[in-house]
Design a protein around this ligand. Structure first.
Ligand code: GUN
Length: 280
């Protein structure tokens, strides 16, 4: 029987654990606040931002919303970030990506104080993760590790293949699997014979951004498959980077889309907000 790794159930467990911590902090008159900045009104970003605010409300974290118009000047966004950096009631700052092309994303990420960078995108936090120091870890890869751990899937000693090398998923994912003592390979668009590489994987994490890209012939019998992608297929149905139906009978465990990795990203963001408050 293939194990379906249920991100909805696991993320709810994590959020309930966090809610307990937040409730306890409230008895000590400590409040937690996340500032959420959205530039423009891309519909997908609006859905993500709303889900993040809903999760805050569920756990008891205050959220401050900043909705900036699409053509806002980079300097104006930077000024807002500097204000939030200095605001003692704000524990976390989240700038929803992507940003419009006239704004330099790296400059914005660098402007957020690492102490409030709950997305874990600031180079200081990325560096800390790389060498094993203290800092925020980016939410999607951290969520994948929690999915594996809470599903009793051992990482140590396993062949782990990550397909994709983005700064927010592929690269940090590889480092976290390495930290858990996995034997890690990063595959990407220039990899020769991708199938040969992915078929070695005991744990295959896919973040390529192409709908139903991973089919039966890319996976080993009994592999654990984690699907980070989210798309709409030709019938307007949500699907991942993995062709779920095609690989289901071959693998030992798999995350569905929706309801796999997605909800975990938000749960880990909430975790980072709580950690930020506890460290203040
Ligand atoms: N856009 C897509 N994923 C993310 C994320 O994890 N954080 C932010 N801020 N923007 C995103």
């Amino acid at each position: 029987m293939t194990q379906i790794i249920d991100g909805k159930i696991i993320s709810k467990q994590i959020k309930d654990e966090l809610k307990q911590t937040v409730d306890k902090l409230k008895t000590e008159n400590k409040e937690i606040t996340l500032a959420v900045i959205q530039v423009g009104n891309d519909p997908a970003s609006s859905v993500y931002v709303n889900n993040k605010k809903k999760a805050c409300a569920y756990i008891g974290i205050n959220s401050l919303s900043y909705e900036l118009e699409e053509k806002v000047k980079e300097t104006e966004l930077l000024e807002l970030i500097y204000d939030l950096n200095d605001n003692p009631i704000v524990n976390g700052i989240l700038v929803q990506l992507p940003l419009p092309s006239h704004i330099n994303e790296d400059k914005i990420i660098n402007a957020i104080t690492p102490m409030k960078d709950v997305d874990g995108f600031h180079p200081q936090n990325v560096g800390a993760m790389c060498i094993g120091g203290q800092g925020f870890v980016s939410c999607t890869p951290a969520g994948v590790i929690q999915l594996l751990k809470r599903s009793q899937i051992e990482i140590a000693g396993k062949e782990c293949v990550v397909v994709g090398r983005s700064n927010i998923v592929g690269k940090p994912m590889s480092l976290l699997l390495l930290k858990e003592n996995g034997t890690v390979t990063i595959a990407h668009s220039k990899t020769k014979d991708l199938k040969e590489v992915t078929k070695r994987a005991d744990i295959l994490v896919v973040a390529v951004g192409k709908p139903k890209f991973i089919t039966n012939e890319y996976v080993k019998e009994g592999a654990v498959v984690i699907d980070v992608g989210i798309h709409r297929d030709d019938n307007n149905k949500l699907c991942g980077d993995v062709d779920y139906e095609a690989v289901y009978n071959k693998v030992s465990a798999i995350t569905p889309v929706p309801g796999g990795v997605g909800p975990m990203t938000i749960a880990m963001l909430m975790n980072n907000c709580v950690v930020s408050a506890l460290n203040f």
